[in-house]
Design a protein around this ligand. Structure first.
Ligand code: FAD
Length: 309
C-alpha cells in the first residue's frame, strides 16, 4: 500500500490525530528534523493498538517516540510512520507507594505528583524532559540514580500485537539503554515503586536540583541533553572540555560553553551539522586521551526498520 493510502486508512481506523508530511523539528527538543511521511498521535492505548495492528498487516515501517528529547532526526525526514506517545498516554495512578502511569506521562510531571503524595525516589528525574516510556527505554538517570532503581514492571505491546507485562529484570537495564532497543516492543505503561518521604524535604530537593540544572545546563537553547554516554572512569563532558572544544561550531550546531557534553542548536542547525560536530569531538577526544565516546542520542531516519522483518 502506498504511503498516502496508509495515511488515509489510519485516518479511518484511528480516533487520534493523523498528519502527513509533519516536520519532525516540531516534535524534537533539538528543533531539527525533516518531515515524517505520516505522523500519528493515538488518543489512548486501544487507539495505539489499532494503529499497530494495521501497520503490522501492511508491514509498514514505523517509529515510536515519546517527547523527542533524546533523538536527532535526519534532515531528509522519516520515510514511514511516526507514532508520538509523549503527552498521549498520560494517566497517573498511585496506590500503596506504587505509581502506575501511562508511557506518555512526562517525567517531570510524574516526579511532581510523587512529591505531592510524599513519595521519594524520583527526585533525580525532575529535570529530565522525556516521557516515562522514553525514560525506561533509555534508562534515563542523573545524580547517580536511574530508572532501573524505581521501575517495578512495564506493560508493552509486542510486535505480534499482544499485551505483556514484564518485571524489572526482564527489561535488561544498562547504562542509558535497555533491551527495548532490540525488542521493538512499544511501552504503554510503567509501574514505579517509591518510598514514603517528607513532602517538604522532597519539594526542597526538587527546587535545588532545578536550580542546579539552570546553572549548569544551556537550557536557553534547543538540545537533546548530553550527546555522548559517559565513558568508564569519567564524564564525557570533562574530556571534551579538557580537549578545549567548548564553543566549537559547525553551521549552527555548537558545543555548549556551559556544559561540554551538550550540543546546542543556535538557530538553524541541521542534523548534518550536529553529526559532523560530534564526529570532530569524538575523534579529537580519541586522539588526545585514547577515550572512545559513544553517542547517547539516537540518530533516526531517513529510513526506518520494519520490525517484522
Ligand atoms: C535539556 C535536557 C536535559 C536532559 N537531561 C537528561 C538527564 O539528566 N539524564 C538523562 O538520562 N537524559 C537526559 N536528557 C535526555 C532525554 O530527556 C532522556 O533520554 C529521556 O528519557 C528521553 O525520553 P523521550 O520521551 O523524550 O524519548 P524520545 O527522545 O522520544 O525517544 C528516545 C528513544 O526511546 C524510544 N521510545 C520512546 N518512547 C517509547 C515507548 N513508549 N515505547 C518504546 N520505545 C520508546 C524511541 O523510539 C527512541 O529510540 C535530557 C534532554 C534534554 C533536552
Amino acid at each position: 500500500m502506498r504511503i498516502e493510502a496508509v495515511a488515509s486508512r489510519l485516518g479511518e481506523i484511528m480516533r487520534g490525530q493523523v498528519r502527513t508530511n509533519e516536520p519532525m523539528s516540531y516534535h524534537t527538543s533539538f528543533r531539527i528534523g525533516g518531515p515524517a511521511d505520516v505522523f500519528v498521535i493515538p488518543r489512548d492505548v486501544l487507539d495505539l493498538k489499532a494503529c499497530l495492528d494495521f501497520l503490522r498487516g501492511e508491514r509498514a515501517p514505523f517509529l515510536v517516540i515519546g517527547n523527542g528529547t533524546n533523538i536527532l532526526v535526519a534532515d531528509e525526514g522519516i520515510r514511514g510512520i511516526v507514532i508520538k506517545i509523549g503527552g498521549a498516554l498520560r494517566d497517573v495512578d498511585i496506590t500503596d507507594g506504587q505509581i502506575i502511569a501511562g508511557a506518555g506521562a512526562g517525567l517531570p510531571y510524574v516526579s511532581r505528583v510523587a512529591c505531592e503524595r510524599g513519595l521519594s525516589g524520583l527526585e533525580f528525574a525532575t529535570g529530565i524532559p522525556g516521557s516515562l516510556g522514553g525514560a525506561v527505554f533509555m534508562n534515563a538517570g542523573a545524580y547517580g540514580r536511574a530508572m532501573q532503581d524505581v521501575v517495578v514492571s512495564c506493560e508493552v505491546i509486542t510486535p505480534e500485537g499482544d499485551f505483556k507485562t514484564y518485571e524489572r529484570d526482564y527489561v535488561g537495564f544498562r547504562p542509558r539503554g535497555s533491551r527495548f532497543e532490540e525488542s521493538r516492543e512499544v511501552i504503554v505503561a510503567v509501574t514505579l515503586r517509591l518510598e514514603p518521604g517528607d513532602r517538604e524535604a522532597i519539594r526542597r530537593e526538587l527546587e535545588s536540583l532545578a536550580r542546579s540544572r539552570e546553572e549548569k545546563q544551556p537550557l536557553e537553547y534547543p538540545s537533546a541533553g548530553c550527546v555522548f554516554k559517559n565513558p568508564a572512569g569519567g564524564g564525557a563532558g570533562r574530556y571534551i572540555d579538557w580537549a578545549g572544544l567548548k564553543g566549537l561550531r559547525i553551521g549552527d550546531a555548537q558545543v555548549s560553553h556551559k556544559h561540554a557534553n551538550f550540543v546546542v542548536n543556535l538557530g538553524r542547525a541541521t542534523c548534518k551539522d550536529v553529526l559532523e560536530l560530534m564526529d570532530v569531538v569524538a575523534s579529537t577526544v580519541g586522539e588526545r586521551f585514547g577515550v572512545v565516546l559513544r553517542p547517547e542520542i539516537r540518530v533516526i531516519g531517513p529510513q526506518l526498520d520494519v520490525p517484522w522483518d
